[in-house]
Design a protein. Sequence first.
Length: 98
Amino acid sequence: MYVTLVKVLVKPAHIEDFIAATRLNHEASILESGNRRFDVLQSPENPGQFILYEAYVSAEAAVAHKETAHYLAWRDTVAGWMAQPRQGIRYDALFPQG
């Protein structure tokens, strides 16, 4: 699997808006044929800190995700709410496989 952990730091005034927009992206992303997981995690110590755990069957499926209308809408909607640019870190999943 092709996994990306996306670290997002959101401005305090926009946390609830970010959660709502990200829920829409999550709900559409998990319906993509190449998606295996799309988890949205929030830090209990820092409510403005989020991790998006995105697992796709392949690099091609991950690229296709970034071309979807729901991803593009999310990206444009949340851009101004971030306290710093989001950071994606790529991983290969070892277990579970596939």
